[in-house]
Design a protein around this ligand. Structure first.
Ligand SMILES: NC(=O)C1=CN([C@@H]2O[C@H](COP(=O)(O)OP(=O)(O)OC[C@H]3O[C@@H](n4cnc5c(N)ncnc54)[C@H](O)[C@@H]3O)[C@@H](O)[C@H]2O)C=CC1
Ligand SMILES: O=C(O)[C@@H]1CCC=N1
Length: 276
């Protein structure tokens, strides 16, 4: 299968870059169209071996690729983005820029990159399994073709959802960006309880994973609100009622909501601290 793609440069070759580049390659994009700037030699070597893409140590080595790039994907930590942008930006002003960094606003990005053609994305790690969910925000200076290119790249890792105002991306970060960690946290707790009740650890984990994916599939397929689906599991005076009463008594819903507000607040702080 062939998947035509203009040349792309990734800045940062960690989890997120691997997920997006891996998704593009799975869809049939030629490895020759993908270059990664990754200063860690071992990480660069792993990218070459696993994905077959060019992995170069810095902007100087990637000058030719940057000059030809239609898209530059920023996949470094928010803390190092400004510093990473400095040597790259002068060589890639013609490109569309797509940043996955949490919290860093497009005003800062446009300033550092010397172009307003900037789109922000908030993906999540299920992208590594082709089941990602990504929130997207485009600056008004981007064209329809720019937005279509960003969608094609992101859709190689799963689904996308556009938000109309940039601050909503911090809410997406708190919900689906950090969200896989909440699911893993619940999986750990469910496995632990299963083991306490005598189940082998592997069986407890299998039951927990199948329950999450089955319940999610049912919620997606039925289109019913989660509250209605929950009530259908909860027989009067039954086991689920006992469990949900214990969760409520422990204030789990309030704690969970507070946790998500903390995540959004941290995204806002990252923007202030490292957005410059
Ligand atoms: N991991 C996650 O669940 C998600 C992460 N993000 C965002 O994605 C971004 C990347 O996160 P990960 O891929 O998890 O991080 P990571 O640590 O796996 O990858 C970052 C890579 O950037 C490289 N790097 C450091 N300085 C550089 C420079 N100056 N130039 C080029 N590369 C440089 C590092 O060596 C590292 O390999 C972050 O900004 C994060 O906020 C967004 C959504 C979800
Ligand atoms: O924890 C973080 O900061 C990143 C952003 C969303 C998921 N991981």
């Amino acid at each position: 299968m062939s998947f035509s793609l203009p040349p792309i440069v990734f800045v940062g070759g960690g989890n997120m870059a691997s997920a997006i580049a891996g998704g593009l390659l799975r869809q049939g994009a030629p490895a020759a169209d993908i270059t990664v700037i990754e200063p860690l030699a071992a990480q660069a070597q792993a990218l070459r071996e696993r994905l077959g893409v060019a992995a170069l140590p810095d902007a100087e080595a990637a000058r030719a690729a940057l000059a030809q790039a239609a898209l530059v994907v920023w996949a470094v930590k928010p803390q190092v983005l400004a510093q990473a942008a400095e040597p790259v930006a002068p060589h890639a002003r013609q490109a569309l820029h797509l940043s996955v960094a949490a919290g860093i606003g497009t005003d800062s990005l446009a300033r550092w990159l010397g172009t307003p053609r900037v789109i922000r994305a908030m993906p999540n790690t299920p992208a590594l399994a082709g089941r990602g969910m990504t929130g997207l925000y485009a600056r008004p200076e981007t064209s329809e073709a720019d937005r279509a290119l960003a969608c094609r790249v992101i859709d190689a890792t799963g689904e996308h959802l556009w938000v109309s105002e940039e601050p909503l991306l911090d809410a997406v970060t708190a919900l689906s960006g950090s969200g896989p960690a909440y699911v893993f946290y619940f999986l750990e707790a469910m496995q632990q309880a299963g083991v306490q009740m005598g189940l082998p650890a592997a069986d407890a984990l299998r039951l927990a994973i199948a329950t999450f994916s089955g319940a999610s599939a049912l919620a997606a397929q039925s289109g019913e609100p989660p509250a209605a689906l929950r009530e259908r599991v909860t027989s009067k005076g039954g086991t689920t009622f006992a469990a949900l009463s214990a969760l409520q008594a422990a204030g789990v819903d309030a704690a969970f909501i507070a946790a998500m507000h903390a995540a959004r607040q941290r995204a806002q702080e990252l923007g202030r601290e490292f957005g410059g």
